[in-house]
Design a protein around this ligand. Structure first.
Ligand SMILES: Cc1cc2nc3c(=O)[nH]c(=O)nc-3n(C[C@H](O)[C@H](O)[C@H](O)COP(=O)(O)OP(=O)(O)OC[C@H]3O[C@@H](n4cnc5c(N)ncnc54)[C@H](O)[C@@H]3O)c2cc1C
Ligand code: HEM
Length: 393
């Protein structure tokens, strides 16, 4: 526990973090990634270039400073960080690197008039407190996953045993342990970490598990991103029998047990975690409304599979919305962007429901607003980002 003086000093820096937090974390990442090449592969460079990761860290640091007297308020944020760290295999030895760079960045960005010895000392103590919390929680999860049936520690070799094209842009990859042993169970909505070596360079990425684990295989479904390093490698290079390394499943965007009607809303490749959620929910009798938006029929993945499930599960209703009609694919239920009236028609009448949604950021901002306007309680409306978290406005 920090002493009262350190807490007061950290809180006094809140206004500086509100106005300059992003500049600080941008500077921090640039310095750290240049000076410590050993941590570079852990980070997705696209999230640095877009500014999403510096923004997410700036928000994390600001929230920590604001709530330094009431850390229990940070539960959701801390859970998100821990899950992301676990899926990318962040280890205790990485923390001193981040800590020293962060303190140097505070000194160099704010200047020594503001970042006095007292301020730097208070932030050093505060960083250590948070690092200890994260290291402890992450260590407990690593141990738990190593000891569980089918579990493991660190990277485990898997082989590609099957690949299926699901649309013009999305391909599924079925992965099985090279040792043929059992695999760790997971909760629908979770994702794995993938470690690859492409052109001699190490890369790590997260992919949602797009099917309930069958036997000893995991399935991920990957969209080919224009100029994306890993997605194009998987689509173009990875052949049956090839190896890749996996970190254990993780994630807090999970289907919770409930009897309320379930609404799953996805845009594009955001469909992946909702597939495992759909499969899981249909093991019970709860009503499920599955709403999927795609650019057009050619890029709409898993349509036949969802249609097939609806044939055998009367509790499932599905609705498809295409931004454009390509004139070739089977028709959608609506053409254009998802609007309020359309969504309201497709929701169950009873708005005391559980909604889960995922897709491009702009799409998620609209869905969040629309669900609220439709009367769905905000805390029953859950979402995740395929990248660092940001504010949906
Ligand atoms: C929890 C989670 C779950 C996910 N689940 C899935 C899933 O189920 N399916 C799926 O397909 N994806 C998923 N993702 C996204 C996935 O992790 C990758 O981000 C995605 O595949 C793109 O990776 P890439 O290496 O192909 O592209 P990257 O190389 O990371 O590039 C992404 C984009 O950024 C651009 N870019 C890269 N570097 C720069 C730069 N320096 N300057 C400017 N632009 C740049 C690229 O041109 C490209 O358009 C998930 C992400 C998370 C966090
Ligand atoms: C107290 C220390 C730390 C804090 C407060 C912190 C905070 C965060 C936050 C807020 C995110 C974004 C989570 C999300 O929105 O999904 C994140 C992601 C991440 N963190 Fe940390 N972190 C800390 C330490 C570390 C360390 C020591 C490392 C390893 C060097 C690390 C590596 C990562 C990586 C690789 C990601 C994902 C980045 C990406 O998507 O490109 N973090 N962290």
């Amino acid at each position: 526990m920090l002493n009262a003086q350190d807490r007061a000093i950290v809180k006094s820096t809140v206004p500086l973090l509100e106005s300059g937090g992003e500049a600080l974390t941008t500077y921090f990442y640039k310095m750290m990634l240049e000076e410590y090449p050993e941590v570079r592969p852990l980070f997705n460079q696209a999230h640095q270039a877009s500014g999403d990761q510096p923004r997410a860290l700036a928000n994390g640091v600001l929230m920590y400073a604001r709530h330094i007297d009431e850390l229990e308020q940070l539960g959701d944020l801390v859970a998100k960080i821990i899950n992301k760290h676990v899926a990318l295999q962040i280890l205790p030895e990485h923390y001193p690197i981040v800590g020293s760079c962060l303190i140097r960045a505070i000194a160099e960005v704010l200047g020594r008039d503001i970042a006095t010895d007292e301020v730097l000392q208070a932030w050093t103590h505060a960083y250590q407190q948070l690092a200890d919390i994260l290291i402890g929680a992450e260590g407990a999860i690593y141990n738990e996953k190593a000891e569980a049936v089918g579990g493991w520690r660190g990277a485990r070799e898997f082989k590609l045993v099957k690949r299926v094209d699901e649309s013009a842009e999305i391909t599924s990859f079925y992965l099985q342990p090279a040792d043929d042993g059992p695999i760790l169970g997971f909760t629908a909505g979770q994702y794995i970490g993938l470690q690859l070596f492409i052109g001699g360079e190490e890369m790590r990425r997260n992919y949602s598990l797009s099917a309930v684990a069958g036997g000893n295989q995991y399935r991920i479904s990957v969209k080919r991103e224009p100029n994306g390093v890993v997605s194009n490698y998987l689509h173009d290079q990875l052949q049956i029998g090839d190896s890749l390394q996996l970190f254990t499943p993780s994630g807090e965007f999970t289907l919770t047990e409930s009897q309320k009607p379930l609404v799953l809303i996805s845009g594009g490749v955001g469909i992946t975690p909702t597939l495992a959620m759909l499969e899981t929910a249909l093991e019970t009798s709860r009503p499920v409304h599955f709403i999927h938006c795609a650019r057009n029929g050619a890029v709409h993945a898993f349509r036949d599979w969802v249609d097939g499930l609806a044939g055998s599960h009367p509790q499932l209703k599905h609705f498809y919305c295409y931004a454009e009609d390509d004139g070739v694919s089977p028709a959608a239920d609506a053409v254009g962007l998802l609007d309020q009236q359309q969504l309201e028609q497709w929701l169950p009448e009873d708005r005391d429901l559980d909604a889960y949604f995922l897709g491009p950021k702009g799409f998620m901002a609209v869905v969040k607003r629309q669900l609220k306007a439709a009367g769905v309680p905000e805390k029953q409306s859950r979402y995740e980002f395929f990248g660092p978290a940001s504010v949906l406005e």
